[in-house]
Ligand binder design. Sequence first.
Ligand SMILES: [Zn+2]
Ligand SMILES: [Zn+2]
Length: 121
Amino acid sequence: MPYEATTAFRWTERAFHLIESGGIQTGVVVGEGVVTATVGGPCPRCGHQFVDRQVGQAVTAVRGGHGRDPLPRTVVIDVSCGCGELHAGAPGEVTGCGVAFRVQLVLDAGSDAARPDEASP
Ligand SMILES: [Zn+2]
Ligand SMILES: [Zn+2]
């Protein structure tokens, strides 16, 4: 599998199916307004294991969650392969196969932001 810098949509599609099937594990937490998203599993292109962790500013978008909005909030992150392997044709000492893909995660509805204040005196 040679290195190739690509953002072709099929890798995003493939990542989606890997998440659905449980091959790629995802996690997202919100604490004090900062979103931390973790994606890990086999790369949709090269198949090597990778872990990608993004905090705060790296998060592309958070949609929904305004006021009483009942819809789950989602976060979209752009992940690039971080498998740690050297692929043929990679520039310099760059590791990973060069693929970048997009992952959409649903924020946990039970996180701190919208909790009702039932514990108030
Ligand atoms: Zn890869
Ligand atoms: Zn790889």
